[in-house]
Design a protein around this ligand. Structure first.
Ligand SMILES: C[S@@+](CC[C@H](N)C(=O)[O-])C[C@H]1O[C@@H](n2cnc3c(N)ncnc32)[C@H](O)[C@@H]1O
Length: 298
């Protein structure tokens, strides 16, 4: 039997974006490592209930570095840093929306007058605060972006890395609305979100791999298929959690409709090891990616 591709599931350093682990896997994927037992397992996939809530993120706070893919550390071209620097200044105020355990707080706090570190998880905020004791210009704000009456002001620059992930439209729309309203008029939004195009490319690579291994074409295609429940609206399952993925054009339309001029859309590219366990040597560029967007509020 030829070796079949292993889709990476919950492996430290790999691209888990969600605070959950799969208790069951689709028949076309296998875990590269057994799911960790210290995180409460989610309900069955296929529902659109909100499963990225405060408690889930609290549960992952202590193991965030091992469990949650580190976008800034894998930004090998320095795209995020370039934009953070470009927009910085002694009087400029920034917000890290969905700051998690504070990976990007030093980047902001070193360059901006004041930084609001906002997250729904008090546990993540606690870890962030412990990691950044030297910064007196960071204010930690416990807030749920999907709800109103949050206690932080609109700022000049808002950095938002993989926070707008919720596949449930009734949660995601308010998340997006409050994200855009967190930016002052004339201010900038720096956004990172999963790419739908990239997820489809990964499925194609999976198919290619199956075919190269001599699998029957129909079987190869079936085994490489993504869960199609909600795919047309960008829902892709990561660790069995329905996760919103975006098209470039969708981001452009979404931001334009909310009063933003898109200044740049760039790919944050990652190696294939983020998608597959031990990808074959022939699997090179084009690589998988997240979208990075820089936009200015009109
Ligand atoms: C994938 S993590 C990314 C964290 C961080 N931006 C990073 O790059 O390391 C998503 C973060 O968004 C936060 N988050 C999710 N939903 C939120 C909401 N409704 N309001 C505020 N924060 C939220 C989570 O608690 C989590 O820390």
């Amino acid at each position: 039997m030829p070796d079949q591709p292993l889709i990476v599931e919950s492996v430290p350093g790999h691209r888990s974006l969600c605070a959950f682990h799969a208790d069951t896997l689709h028949d076309n994927v296998q875990p590269a490592a057994p799911p960790c037992s210290f995180i409460q397992l989610p309900a069955r996939c296929g529902t659109t209930t909100q499963r990225m809530n405060e408690r889930d993120w609290d549960n992952v706070a202590d193991v965030f570095e091992e469990e949650i893919f580190n976008v800034p550390a894998n930004d090998t071209k320095g795209i995020i840093t370039k934009w953070v620097k470009k927009l910085s200044g002694p009087d400029v105020v920034a917000t890290d929306l969905g700051c998690g355990v504070g990976r990007t707080l030093p980047l902001l706090a070193d360059r901006y007058a004041k930084v609001y570190a906002v997250d729904v998880s008090s546990q993540c905020l606690e870890v962030a605060e412990k990691t950044c004791p030297q910064y007196t210009n960071i204010r930690y704000v416990h807030a749920d972006l999907s709800k109103d009456r949050n206690s932080y002001p609109a700022t000049d620059v808002v950095l938002c890395i993989n926070t707008l992930l919720n596949a449930a439209i009734e949660v995601r729309e308010p998340l997006i609305e409050r994200t855009v309203r967190s930016v002052k008029r004339g201010g900038h939004l720096l956004l990172v979100v999963p790419s739908l195009n990239s997820a489809l490319l990964t499925a194609y690579r999976h198919l290619q791999w199956n075919l190269k291994d001599g699998m029957d074409p129909k079987e190869a295609q079936r085994k490489a298929a993504l869960n199609s429940n909600g795919l047309e609206h960008g829902t892709v399952y990561i660790d069995d959690v329905p996760t919103k993925h975006y098209l470039k054009e969708e981001l452009e339309a979404l931001l334009d409709a909310r009063g933003f001029n898109v200044l740049a859309v760039e790919k944050l590219e990652y190696p294939w090891t983020t998608e597959f366990d031990a990808p074959p040597k022939w699997m090179k560029a084009p690589f998988p990616w997240d979208w990075f967007v820089a936009a200015q509020r009109r």
